[in-house]
Design a protein. Sequence first.
Length: 124
Amino acid sequence: MAGYDGERVVDAAFVQKVYEIVAQIPVGKVATYGQIAELIGEALAAREVGHVMSCVPAEQKLPCHRVVNRTGVLAPEYVFGGQDKQRAMLEAEGVTFLADGRIDMTLHLWGKYEQFDIFNMPPT
């Protein structure tokens, strides 16, 4: 990914890397935009990952519904036909939700952070 006037430029290689990582997210798990950016080697590119996710062609058949924000909030209403549809897709895969509607990230976060309870740590 190249820089231009302080803003990131999303190129085809970046998009392909996002697709490759999203394709690996297993059933019953979710990943965050920032987590995907970090796995690509562009830790500050969470917004760019979000942009890529908003433009994935249907023929890619990626599990885009498994990508959420860092606190477990579902995608904006204009994605997937609305949050109710995304939630139903995730619930069908065994993903559970907290009382406030967020995904229980302590149970469902994919990858190297799975073993850490980073969402219930006391404030420092």
